[in-house]
Design a protein around this ligand. Structure first.
Ligand SMILES: [Zn+2]
Length: 269
């Protein structure tokens, strides 16, 4: 059980473990790319097309920047390995199977899909379109970043229902800022194992945003929306996802904002 009253030794230990936390920026961009590709159009595979001399040639498949970023970061994080189980067959993987899969197995399948694309162009586009690569990538993120309760390991909780107030939150487009208001609860969506945290956006909108759509970055102590709607972080519901930001004319003044929970506490510099 967590207790609000920690001994000095315990507090120091939490502080030290927090301060030495390794940056998770590559993991953040990995999961962010999976949402960007999820939002994007269906990717065409390699196909025959006429060139300027009217000869039919093979043209590469669609390769949006989110896909090249995803592949780069997969290599950087060593999620594409040279030693992997070549008999692993990713074609018939279901969401449920991926969610239950051990980390090593997830890495086997990712390695297989990315490496297979070198011999069989179009494999990547196929596994983005059928969501299997995107789900595998999110599972790898879960294993690395979350604890067994699906909560970010690096983000300290005060107790089961509370996190620190006043943490900086940034919208998916990084155009709108918010602050945590301290609340924490399980996400009520049946298909989701995430957690909601309370956020008061500078737009004056109070929301509870799910950890499936945000990332906590320990090196800056910030929470970033990475999937779904800009400030709602909702991606499960059909578009438009959750509430959009209200127009600037309706935003509270900075003076008023600074009297509200989350904003009263200045962010640590
Ligand atoms: Zn959720």
């Amino acid at each position: 059980m967590f207790s609000r009253t920690k001994s000095l030794g315990e507090r120091r230990r939490v502080y030290l473990s927090f301060m030495s936390a390794a940056p998770l920026v590559d993991w953040e961009s990995l999961k962010r790319c999976s949402f960007d590709l999820d939002d994007g159009p269906f990717l065409g595979g390699p196909h025959f097309a006429a060139n300027e001399n009217n000869e039919y040639v093979i043209v590469s498949g669609d390769y949006p920047s989110a896909l090249s970023q995803l592949v780069d970061v997969l290599y950087r994080l060593n999620l594409v390995r040279s030693g992997y189980d070549m008999n692993a067959n990713p074609d018939s993987l279901t969401d449920t199977a991926i969610k239950k899969m051990a980390d090593n197995r997830v890495r086997d399948f990712i390695s297989q899909i990315v490496r297979a694309d070198r011999l069989n162009e179009g494999t990547l586009q196929r596994f983005v379109n059928n969501m299997i690569l995107l789900q595998l990538v999110r599972a790898a993120y879960d294993h690395e970043v979350f604890n067994t309760k699906h909560w970010p390991k690096a983000l300290e909780t005060l107790d089961e229902q509370h996190v620190a107030k006043g943490l900086v939150v940034r919208s998916r487009t990084n155009k709108i800022e918010g602050r945590t208001t301290g609340g924490r609860q399980k996400c009520p969506s049946t298909s989701c194992s995430g957690w909601l945290i309370g956020v008061l956006w500078e737009t004056g909108q109070q929301m509870h945003i799910c950890s499936e759509g945000w990332h906590f970055e320990p090196s800056t102590d910030e929470i970033h929306v990475i999937g779904g709607g800009d400030i709602s972080a909702r991606y499960i519901s059909p578009k438009p996802w959750g509430r959009p930001a209200s127009p600037k004319s309706l935003w509270p003044s900075k003076v008023e904002l600074n009297t509200k929970t989350g904003w009263k506490i200045l962010p640590k510099s």
